[in-house]
Design a protein around this ligand. Structure first.
Ligand code: FE2
Length: 304
């Protein structure tokens, strides 16, 4: 009984043609597209939904322009939906749709939803690497695929107003059961949902002056896949926002590109994993953005 993973993200899009082409290039599977928008999915069946920015059914957001309008978290079962719905209705509006999904708003004004997770199990080959006498790839040349296929959506990042930080994070931890992995007073709070061991499934970045959606991240096989994916995106004309590199917090290798539908998207691999034995770390000053980074800028919001 808890949140399992990010399940669906809904964008309000100004350039639908670019929006669809971007996520096709990104490697997601197109489920359907038409007059009103498009629906993509990861291998594990998490959905990226594009809707016209003018769609009156989109939840409001605190900022203009193309951006994510709602993040919906996957939960274990219908009991969770009822529990979250009634808990949130004590101090904010809650909408329940015909499919049972629950929708409300967080402390920063971002729409948040909950639905029962519909995970498709995925069989993945072992990740092999030869090092000195540790040989797991014998008589097998490395042949990375030219196109990557993200296995899953791993985390979501918002920029939030520093003044609101404590309240914003407490909402996710105290009301929704997120667990604190690392708190960096100068950067933000890295939190994980109970259903995943990823270092973070949500990062609230304290560095922004205004509340704004920042990025979603998709897991791919390994460093090669991050490099192949980012290189392919560049070859199709999509601009690097940051990367390739390796973050300090989470240790994930990354490559971000600017998303015409809002913020950026990140290919990531080899992230730190934490279970309940992990003790939250509190840093007055975080360890920094990245242990190494090659391209783009450190800031991953596209300048206006
Ligand atoms: Fe990220």
């Amino acid at each position: 009984m808890s949140i399992i993973r990010p399940e669906k993200i809904i964008y309000g899009v100004e350039d639908m043609e670019a929006g669809v082409r971007y996520f096709e290039d990104w490697g997601l599977e197109l489920v359907e597209s038409g007059e009103t928008g498009a629906d993509f999915k990861t291998a594990e069946n998490q959905h990226v939904v594009l809707r016209k920015k003018s769609d009156p059914d989109l939840p409001p957001v605190p900022n203009d322009g193309p951006t994510a309008h709602e993040v919906i978290w996957g939960v274990t079962d219908a009991d969770d939906l009822e529990r979250f719905g009634s808990a949130l209705s004590t101090d904010r509006d809650v909408r329940i749709d015909d499919d049972g999904s629950v929708h409300s708003i967080d402390e920063s004004g971002f729409a948040i939803g909950f639905m029962v997770a519909e995970r498709t199990p995925v069989e993945l080959p072992a990740v092999d690497m030869n090092y000195h006498t540790n040989i797991t790839r014998l008589n097998t040349p490395v042949m990375p695929d030219a196109r990557v296929k993200p296995v899953r959506m791993g985390h979501v990042v918002y920029g939030i107003k520093r003044a609101d930080a404590e309240r914003a994070s407490a909402f996710y931890m105290d009301r929704l059961g997120f667990k604190l992995t690392d708190r960096c007073q100068d950067m933000g709070d890295f939190m994980r949902v109970p259903g995943l061991t990823d270092h973070h499934s949500l990062f609230l970045s304290f560095r922004a002056d205004v509340a704004a959606f920042n990025h979603i991240a998709f897991e791919v096989d390994n460093l090669d896949a991050v490099m192949m994916g980012g290189t392919y995106m560049n070859s199709q004309g999509w601009e690097t926002a940051s990367g390739p590199g390796r973050h300090y917090h989470g240790s994930n290798v990354f490559w971000y590109t600017h998303n015409p539908s809002g913020g950026s998207t990140e290919y990531f691999s080899d992230m730190d994993r934490m279970d309940d034995d992990w003790e939250s770390r509190i840093f007055e000053q975080g360890q920094g953005y990245a242990s190494w980074v090659i391209g783009g800028k450190r800031l991953i919001q596209k300048p206006a």
